[in-house]
Design a protein around this ligand. Sequence first.
Ligand code: NAP
Length: 285
Amino acid sequence: MKKLLFLFDTDEMPSVFDTVVGYDGGADHVTGYANVTPDNVGALIDGTIYTRGGKDKQNTAIFVGGGNMTKGEELYEKVKKSFFGPFRVSVMLDSNGSNTTAAAGVALLAKAKSLKGKKALVLAGTGPVGMRAAGFLGMEGADVTITSRTKDRAEAAAKVIEKRFGIKVSGVAGGTDEERAEAAKDANVIFAAGAIGVQLLPETAWKDNPNVELLADVNAQPPLGVEGIQATDKGAEYGDKIAFGALGLGGLKLKLHRACIAKMFESAEAVFDAEEIYALAKEMA
Ligand code: NAP
């Protein structure tokens, strides 16, 4: 029986990235749907749950993606709520690679050093990856602060993360190098989660800062989010500091994404959101 993966994408076009990783994770066929919303997804869900019975059901799985975390979460909830009794298939949420990228980054940091009680700063922590990274850092027991170019957005995102993960998060303004350097002054862990090709932290803000112990940056396109590290860094040492660049952590991100796809085809009941994906990342890191 063929393993079928259905991509429910909230964007205008289904993601090529998620399609490729779907195949690499073991799907025999990947079908992408665009502009999927909680209002129009009903028939798509019906097609996955009413077509195969018994053990055969585990050969059908759903991946919820797209660039918007909130829309992705709403769609993912709608999919799960539509399941009942045996009428269900495995489902994964990874809008913009949020769960897998953040999980890979934080799992590598946590493996390098315990994060418990550390002050963690997520730069540009309002995007999908940053909001998940903040959640995982909080789950590890870190005291988390996120920045945004506006304080309002930082505070609003902090509230959403607090509600989702049941942790305490502070939101501060980080619209300039000076503001971000100020926020980084007493940070032990810095996770740069900014948009592609945007530098967020000059080298002078961390290289000689005795508080900084760990750095991660998910932006692979120069200029990097953190000046002075390399995209390929995977536990690279800069004096007493340990750094992970976007390509350095990207290997684990991809392996993790593929592993989640493969695991979805092992039962009809798997759910892969933040907690499940982070647990797997910690096993694989
Ligand atoms: P995003 O939503 O595009 O951006 C994250 C935040 O960056 C935004 O919420 C915004 O915050 C801030 N930002 C945008 N433009 C900015 C600018 N010009 N100056 C300063 N801040 C700016 O990003 P995402 O989807 O969460 O992804 C985060 C990063 O992860 C991206 O660089 C992406 O390429 C990377 N990524 C890496 C991997 C990997 O395997 N390494 C996988 C997936 C994604 P405010 O508007 O609140 O300031």
